[in-house]
Ligand binder design. Structure first.
Ligand code: NAD
Length: 355
């Protein structure tokens, strides 16, 4: 198989973790005989410094012409004082909206050897905690208008969803649930927000097309509590842009580290952008200690979801499991007293188990 992948490493730890994702791709291509053409492009603050634009036209064009996009992370204190429209994080929103990536999948699973890295008691996480957050990605409050009055002392952000936007993300969630444990929990704030009432009505209507899937609803504040009280009750969590952003970070901590969680942002034709859920981690950037596994697992998602390479994706995930079982841990998941592996050592250990 021959596939074009645009690599946008971005800022902070982005280039460090991306080097390890590239090692993984190389190992997959050596073992299975695929050709991956990688086009590396600047994005985020790094692109702003060079071109005055956090999402240069050439980067966007390359992403549009690729078979899939692999992203590291963007942002950092250096660019925090830029006006909102120029900030590196705008590149993410620009990529998502320009590429039509309305569906964000954030699987959160506890890897057996990392049970001791979870802050929750073993009996709460159980043996095989595995939930999937399905987050709407191109609507809601992140994409409504953002305004400040002339005096600068009043601000507003608009939260809006159309029924059509809710329908397409709800269908994604129900279809994914059919391949899992057939249970969707839709999360909203329907006791307060009109947008959430439309969300709930729409999800209930779409659910009638999937009678084999159980549907229930939670308010977002209760959901935040339930995630730490009894996370095993969840299979697929369906929610909007902002609630999904917050709840998936919470879910990441249940699994031990934000450095473990991959994500996929998809269009309905299967095109996708894949990235770790964490940010650019400026506090550890340049030290070679970041955990590259979220990015490596994002590669596995890309192989499976955009390229249909199931065996290859399984090989990457198995290599990650074997690496963790062998006791290799970066600092974020290391046990007290252990000498942690560097980012590059972790990436090489995974690649060696694929080859
Ligand atoms: P963050 O995810 O970058 O970091 C939060 C904490 O987790 C930090 O202590 C960091 O060291 C740690 N961490 C994150 N990834 C890690 C990894 N792979 N290995 C080990 N530890 C890891 O979130 P933040 O500090 O709120 O944001 C930093 C910057 O990243 C900000 O500019 C923010 O806007 C940006 N951001 C970007 C994205 C993205 O590119 N998708 C997502 C979130 C935040």
């Amino acid at each position: 198989m021959n596939r074009k992948i645009t690599i946008v490493a971005g800022d902070g730890i982005g280039p460090e973790i991306m080097d390890e994702a590239i090692k993984t791709l190389q190992a997959v291509s050596d073992r299975f005989g695929h050709q991956f053409q990688l086009d590396q492009r600047p994005v985020g603050g790094t692109a702003y410094d060079r071109f005055g634009d956090c999402l240069p036209e050439a980067t966007l064009e390359s992403c549009k012409n690729a078979d899939a996009v692999l992203l590291g992370a963007v942002g950092g204190p250096k660019w925090d004082s830029l006006p909102g429209t120029k900030r590196p994080e705008q590149a993410l929103l620009g990529l998502r909206s320009n590429l039509g990536l309305f569906c964000n999948l954030r699987p959160a699973k506890v890897w057996g050897p990392l049970k001791d890295a979870s802050p929750l008691r073993p009996e709460i996480i159980g043996d095989d905690l595995d939930l999937l957050v399905v987050r709407e990605l191109t609507g809601g409050i992140y994409f409504g208008g953002h305004r400040r009055n002339v005096e600068g002392n009043l601000a507003e952000d608009v939260m809006a969803y159309s029924a059509a936007e809710v329908e397409r993300i709800a269908r994604m969630a129900f279809e994914l649930a059919q391949k899992r444990r057939r249970h969707v929990t839709s999360i909203d704030k329907a006791n307060i927000l009109e947008v959430s009432r439309l969300w709930r009505e729409t999800v209930i209507r779409i659910a009638t097309e999937y009678p084999d899937v159980k549907l229930d609803h939670l308010y977002v504040d209760n959901a935040a509590m339930q995630l730490v009280r009894n996370p095993k009750q969840f299979d697929v969590i369906l929610t909007g842009n902002m609630f999904g952003d917050i709840l998936s970070d919470e879910a990441s901590q249940i699994t031990g580290s934000i450095g473990m969680l991959p994500s996929a942002s998809l269009r309905s034709d299967g095109f996708g952008m894949y990235e770790p859920i964490h940010g650019s981690a400026p506090d550890i950037a340049g030290k070679g200690i970041a955990n590259p596994l979220a990015t490596i697992l994002s590669v596995a998602m890309m192989l499976r979801m955009s390229f249909g390479l199931v065996q290859e994706a399984d090989a990457v995930e198995r290599a990650v499991a074997e690496t963790l079982e062998s006791g290799i841990r970066t600092a974020d998941i290391a046990r007290p007293g252990e000498i942690p592996a560097t980012t590059a050592e972790m990436g090489s250990a995974v690649a060696a188990r694929i080859a």
